[in-house]
Design a protein around this ligand. Structure first.
Ligand code: MLT
Length: 312
């Protein structure tokens, strides 16, 4: 494709390092998924894929950066469900979440866990609910900003219990986890890719998982549905994108490398250890992500509007 003065060479792509933008701070769940996938895709493409963390505003800073990047295949983007909630949450978004990106494919659906600092005074979800309602003015809930999965789960949680809480925003739930471990913040809803090891080492407490059925990686942790929030369900899907206008041969090369990564035994094992698994190949095709993203944007808009969550 002719792009002003430069021509994008698709046939010998990639000929240099690729940047994978992650719209949250390093050390968090999105970063974890990205680095695993980038490592495996890089091997397949025979080029290094480096992860660049561009945090802020619940992932929309990173998304805006990618939307304005050259569509030459050297900037790609790994983001989660937040790509579909941002349009309803941000009234002045500088990009179109659907049309300013070329979908490469879905990656994985990650469950969430409701977790608290180690000495939070509640032994189960029922006690947590009672404590939170009795102390709603002082209990603090961590999230990664409007548009993050931790924000979305928190919004649904507060709506479900009919109580607004003080939220403490971070550039990712990696940094939020540091404060939870240190006891500086009380609780949060975060992805198993970030909470599994801390839960298993007893450094934080877990009160439930946000999936329909219990997780093989944590079989003795109840679902929130059974613990006291009937129908409460949030799964954090992740998609890989390139900027709009990226030539099809390059999208095909990226899609091929993603499919290989999703079958990589190392990726599958690590995902399993962290409570998740790669999406099946049939779900990892570019057009499936395009249709799914559109359906998710349409699905979350009324829920978000009803909850009254937005940023000007
Ligand atoms: C992260 O990677 O920090 C998380 O995705 C933040 C969030 O979405 O809650």
């Amino acid at each position: 494709a002719m792009l002003g003065a430069t021509t994008v060479h698709a046939e010998d792509y990639p000929t240099k390092t690729i940047t994978m933008v992650v719209p949250f701070a390093a050390g968090g769940p999105t970063d974890t998924v990205a680095r695993l996938v980038a490592q495996s895709m890089g091997t397949k493409l025979k080029q290094q894929i480096i992860v660049e963390n561009v945090g802020g505003a619940g992932g929309t800073i990173g998304a805006a950066r990618v939307a304005k990047s050259a569509p030459d295949g050297y900037t790609i983007f790994l983001h989660h469900i937040g790509q579909s909630t941002a349009p309803a949450l941000y009234r002045k978004l500088s990009y179109n979440a659907l049309t300013d990106f070329e979908p490469v494919g879905l990656v994985t659906d990650v469950p969430m866990t409701l977790v608290a600092r180690k000495d939070f005074p509640a032994k189960d979800f029922k006690e947590l609910l009672a404590y939170v309602k009795a102390n709603k003015a002082k209990v603090t809930y961590a999230n990664a900003g409007l548009g993050s999965a931790s924000h979305l789960c928190g919004m649904l949680f507060m709506t479900a219990i009919g109580t607004d809480l003080t939220t403490v925003p971070y550039k990712g739930t990696g940094p939020a986890m540091n404060d939870l471990l240190g006891g500086q913040v009380d609780f949060m809803c975060d992805q198993t890719t970030n909470t599994t090891s801390q839960i298993k080492s007893g450094k934080i407490k877990v009160y439930g998982v946000t999936t329909k059925t219990r997780l093989p990686s944590m079989p003795d942790v109840p679902t929130l549905n059974e613990a006291g929030l009937p129908g409460f369900e949030v799964a954090v899907w992740h998609g890989l994108y390139a900027p709009k206008g990226t030539p099809k041969p390059i999208i095909d090369a990226l899609s091929g490398a993603l499919l290989t990564a999703l079958k990589d035994p190392t990726v599958k094992q690590r995902f399993a250890d962290l409570g998740t698994e790669p999406v099946p190949e049939a779900r990892a095709k570019p057009e499936v992500l395009r249709a799914f993203l559109k359906s998710e944007i349409d699905r979350w808009a009324p829920i978000i509007q009803k909850a009254g969550a937005y940023a000007d």
